[in-house]
Design a protein around this ligand. Structure first.
Ligand SMILES: *[C@@H]1O[C@H](CO)[C@@H](O)[C@H](O)[C@H]1NC(C)=O
Ligand SMILES: *[C@@H]1O[C@H](CO)[C@@H](O)[C@H](O)[C@H]1NC(C)=O
Ligand SMILES: *[C@@H]1O[C@H](CO)[C@@H](O)[C@H](O)[C@H]1NC(C)=O
Ligand SMILES: *[C@@H]1O[C@H](CO)[C@@H](O)[C@H](O)[C@H]1NC(C)=O
Length: 955
């Protein structure tokens, strides 16, 4: 391939003049191949070192490209077969680039390491290549919302690790392939949890061989196709199922009688088919929320008595199902019920909706039945009852009754409201965010293909969802100010659609990298949304307001031509050209930086000028940037002791000789002025030996720096992972636990006003030279002011994995949320695992494995070997029990931090330790931690659960 050869040539040429390129030359040439075919690759794709120069969307490991994540990047053109050269590639996410067209190149099958292939919402067409069957490591395949045609390749059945298969919303034809003696088929996908094939033109019968009891499927979405024949009874063998959509096909025959074996199913839609025989008896399907059997040809029947026994039902749709007789009043006493649609049946007698229905009931639509009387009890006027075309509406005087008119289609007009602020007036195309800041939001449509509810009028669903989406972004430390949802609506496929807008927290627009990751998070539904929303797609609008660099107007085709010319001219022209592109990108970047600075609200808060707003400090002092530069030797690399999404931490030496840790927020992760001030004030006010003290701060020239006392032994996370070279045995872990618990108990019970930390995690617990633990980072802390003691309603903040589920559902913050996070840290102390690792959640895992009848509660398999397995682990069981009480579902069932402190003290006494003693110095324990146990807890990635979709940590 000519382009590749040229690209290698280019690397060789430039490699000589600019030193060693970090990127493997074959990977570089493959990327050049992609870039050549795209009209507008990301603007910083300049030079010859994608790995070394942090090209947008590219992640490397050593010199090899391991991820390409370019969601919503506005790419146009075909996907070059050069992609197949990236032999170390694991993630490929090009979702929501509608301009990506042409067929999927066969060479995609060469990517033997690929685990995630996500091409949602692009413009790809043609057949899905059979070579896809070679991707033995693939766990996630999303080709939905493209224009693929032809058959579903049977060879997909070879992908034995696949858990997510989404082919929905294409133009696929033919039948669903199953294996026979010589060919593979989808029945072989025993690890799969998701079959999303809706909105295609699939035909033929649903093969009975497709389903078996060994499968783990939870979502089977075959809706909106041309499938015929009957529903195979083997479906009833897949006990894991939660969502089944077979609606809008041509299915015939009787519904298999064993369907009610599927007791986990929450959404069952069989509507708009040609099903016959008796209405299926679904008694026992107690998880069922949404049931739609409408528009079939079932035998005439009285209203089934099993329906009112389904106590989770929110939605009952039985239109045109030949139901007759009187509707039992007990139906309306189902507490969760929201909608009942029984139009076009032969119901008769009196409609009595009783007075005991739950407060969720919104709509009862009984148009076109034989009902001759309506008994309305008082106090239920919010329920919309429709009895048009029933005898009761043919009486005299009926015309005036509200239930005898069809209400204006009153779709919910929900939209996220301003968050206790007055919407800003914004210029040009900017909009005011829920926090009333102007900006260019990233927008798109969320499509829920099988929600469990129908009451779109109740805004709690959407309010909770807003919080959950915001939280997902925050857990990836994305610069998101807030998100808004609007205009929930059902489309003709019975999908719930919502407009989503995501607002930037820095400047007025997002940069490329942020858009990429936001797009990635939205198209990768590992942790959100909660089950009630069911499966989801996100279709983005193109974002055209990138903050960092504008989409260059020069077409890459001209580069392509220049490359050829340049190569012919011995590379000289090429060098010139690349230099030119480099300068262009540099200028653009400078311009963007300037713009960010101008829109940074913190610029206005200058301690030299303003006095009123100046933070009220106790014991902490203000430093100038000049001073801090001096103390850190101009922020020298050698003084850097940590880094993270927030920025970098440097060691500094004050003129007195005291060591300090200086946390310097990086461009792009600055807190708002208010949060920064909040943190300074809080930190300066609390003093406890188990809390990290603030020495001072600096806010100047658009920089935010915090100066802390220096803790030489790093974070607990580093300690547990072996990075810091300290061995933490059982006794030391108990000491760490008691220290951190005391620090936290102090914040809750002795600080005045009390403080909820909100972000307890192992990276916020630091160890001093005596291995005393101290709690750090009050950036998110919230004082509990008088009058709101008990709980604080607030925007959800915190870190995924540590976050109290009750808090994020209710948004009501209490001290018990910290207790939950602390419980997670306790489990981390036991296992040395991150809370969410390899797709499993530590709390769930311990709960599953734990067996109180066994030695060490059966946890040997997940305990960290470095804890001293084989030595006496006295008190460990009590420690586990305490941790599990801390992570109880309900805050009320968790102990207070004071109680936690007491119990850990008891455990220490039980283990023969003195809870009041200080630790010995650790100078003797700086041993090569790597010797005894694995230093890399993140190796061995295993994507077998839904949680397989971690984005690579740094992009
Ligand atoms: C599944 O359903 C069939 C038919 O209703 C029944 O005979 C069988 O016992 C059920 N199986 C289980 C495991 O419940
Ligand atoms: C309702 O209809 C059923 C049959 O369709 C009939 O047997 C019954 O008498 C009717 N009841 C009333 C109250 O009209
Ligand atoms: C605002 O949006 C319109 C269309 O959406 C576009 O034509 C116009 O150029 C935009 N204005 C700015 C300043 O971006
Ligand atoms: C949303 O949160 C509220 C509390 O604010 C809770 O009562 C409700 O159950 C939640 N709604 C859903 C659908 O989870």
């Amino acid at each position: 391939m000519g382009v590749r050869v040229l690209a290698i040539l280019l690397v060789v040429l430039l490699g000589d003049s600019t030193g060693d390129a970090a990127t493997n030359p074959y990977d570089f040439s493959a990327i050049m191949g992609l870039m050549t075919d795209w009209q507008n690759a990301p603007p910083n794709w300049v030079g010859n070192d994608p790995c070394g120069n942090n090209w947008v969307g590219i992640v490397c490991n050593n010199s090899r490209v391991t991820s390409i994540i370019l969601s919503s990047a506005g790419l146009t053109g075909p996907l070059s077969g050069d992609i197949g050269q990236l032999s170390e590639l694991q993630f490929l996410d090009l979702s929501n680039n509608k301009g990506l067209t042409g067929s999927l190149p066969e060479q995609i099958g060469n990517l033997m390491k690929l685990t995630h292939l996500i091409l949602v919402g692009c413009g790809f067409s043609g057949q899905i290549p059979d070579s896809i069957g070679s991707l033995q490591n693939l766990v996630h395949l999303s080709l939905n919302s493209n224009r693929f045609t032809g058959l579903i390749p049977a060879i997909i059945g070879n992908l034995s690790r696949l858990y997510w298969l989404d082919l929905a919303d294409n133009q696929l034809t033919g039948s669903i392939p199953v294996s026979n003696g010589s060919n593979s088929g989808l029945d072989m996908l025993l690890q799969a949890k998701h079959f999303h094939f809706g909105q295609n033109q699939l035909s033929g019968t649903i093969p009975s061989q497709l389903f078996s009891s060994g499968m783990r499927l939870i979502h089977v979405l075959f809706d909106n196709n041309n499938l015929n024949g009957s529903i195979p009874s083997t479906l009833g063998l897949v006990r894991s199922l939660e969502v089944v959509r077979f609606d809008r096909n041509s299915l015939a025959g009787a519904v298999p009688a064993n369907l009610n074996n599927l007791t986990s199913v929450q959404e069952l839609l069989l509507s708009n088919n040609r099903l016959t025989g008796p209405l299926p008896n679904l008694a026992g399907m107690n998880a069922l929320n949404y049931l739609d059997l409408s528009n079939n040809s079932f035998d005439a029947t009285d209203f089934p008595s099993w329906i009112p026994t389904l106590q989770s039902l929110t939605t009952l749709m039985l239109e045109f199902t030949q139901v007759q007789g009187v509707l039992p009043v007990i139906l309306f006493s189902i507490f969760s019920l929201q909608s009942v649609v029984l139009k076009n049946n032969q119901l008769n007698g009196t409609l009595d909706i009783g007075s005991s229905q739950g407060n969720q009931l919104q709509r009862i639509d009984l148009q076109n039945n034989n009902i001759d009387n309506f008994k309305q009890s008082t106090g239920n006027h919010s329920v919309e009852v429709i009895l048009v075309s029933n005898p009761v509406c043919q009486e005299t005087g009926a015309a005036g009754k509200s239930y005898c008119t069809i209400p204006q289609s009153n779709t919910s007009s929900y939209s996220t409201q301003p968050n206790k602020c007055i919407p800003a007036v914004c210029n040009s195309n900017q909009t005011s965010s829920p926090n009333c800041r102007c900006g260019y939001p990233y927008t798109g449509t969320l499509v829920f293909t099988a929600p469990s509810f129908s009451g779109l009028g109740s805004s709690t669903y959407f309010e909770n969802l807003t919080g959950i989406i915001t939280m997902s972004f925050q857990s990836y430390q994305l610069p998101v100010d807030s998100v808004s949802l609007s205009d929930p609506r059902k489309d003709s496929y019975n999908y719930l659609k919502l407009n989503l807008a995501v607002f930037p927290s820095e400047g007025v627009s997002f940069n490329w990298t942020s858009i990429n990751i936001i797009g990635f998070v939205l198209s990768n539904q590992s942790y959100w949304p909660p089950k009630i929303f069911g499966p989801l797609n996100f279709i983005a609008d193109q974002y055209t307001y990138f903050a960092d660099v504008q989409v260059p107007t020069t077409s890459k085709n001209s580069l392509n031509i220049s490359v050829i010319v340049g190569a012919a001219a011995g590379g000289f022209v090429l060098l010139l050209l690349l230099a030119f592109v480099g300068v262009y990108a540099f200028c653009q970047k400078k311009r963007a930086e300037k713009a960010t600075e101008q829109s940074n609200p913190f610029v206005n808060w200058d301690p030299n000028k303003s006095s009123g707003e100046f933070p009220q400090l106790k014991g902490a002092r203000w430093f100038s940037l000049e001073e801090l530069k001096k103390y850190t030797n101009k922020f020298a690399e050698a003084n850097q002791i940590g880094s993270g999404g927030y920025g970098k931490v440097y060691r500094g030496t004050l003129p007195t000789g005291t060591l300090v840790a200086i946390k310097r927020a990086q461009q792009g992760s600055m807190q708002g002025g208010v949060e920064f001030k909040n943190e300074i004030e809080l930190l300066s006010r609390v003093h406890h030996k188990n809390l990290v003290s603030l020495v001072g701060f600096c806010s100047e020239q658009g920089e935010q720096l915090l100066v802390y006392e220096f803790l030489p032994n790093g974070t607990l996370e580093e300690g547990l992972s072996g990075k810091s070279g300290i061995r933490l045995d059982w006794a030391r872990r108990l000491k760490v636990a008691i220290d951190a618990a005391r620090g936290l108990a102090y914040l809750h019970e002795f600080a005045n006003p009390p403080i909820i930390h909100r972000d307890i995690k192992s990276t916020n617990i630091l160890l001093d030279d005596h291995l005393n633990a101290r709690v750090a980072d009050f950036g998110l802390s919230k004082p509990v002011t008088e009058g709101e003691r008990g709980y604080v309603t607030t925007q959800v903040k915190g870190t995924m994995g540590y976050l109290d589920p009750e808090y994020y559902m209710t948004q009501q913050l209490t001290e018990k949320s910290d207790v939950y996070s602390f419980g997670v840290v306790m489990l981390e102390l036991l296992t040395a695992r991150r809370p969410i690792e390899r797709g499993t959640y530590i709390v769930r895992e311990v709960r599953v494995v734990m067996d109180k009848d066994k030695d060490l509660y059966n946890l040997q398999g997940i305990l960290d070997p470095a804890i001293g397995l084989g030595t006496s682990l006295k008190g460990l069981e009590r420690f586990v029990e305490l941790a599990m009480r801390c992570v109880e579902e309900s805050g009320a069932d968790r102990p207070t931090m004071g109680e936690v402190v007491k119990e850990i003290e008891n455990i220490m006494v039980f283990a023969g330790l003195n809870p009041k003693a200080e630790s010995a110095t650790t100078s003797a324990s700086y041993e090569e931690a790597s010797k005894g146990y694995s230093t890399d807890p993140y190796s061995n990635e295993d994507f077998t659960e839904d949680g397989g979709g971690f984005p690579p940590s740094r992009i």
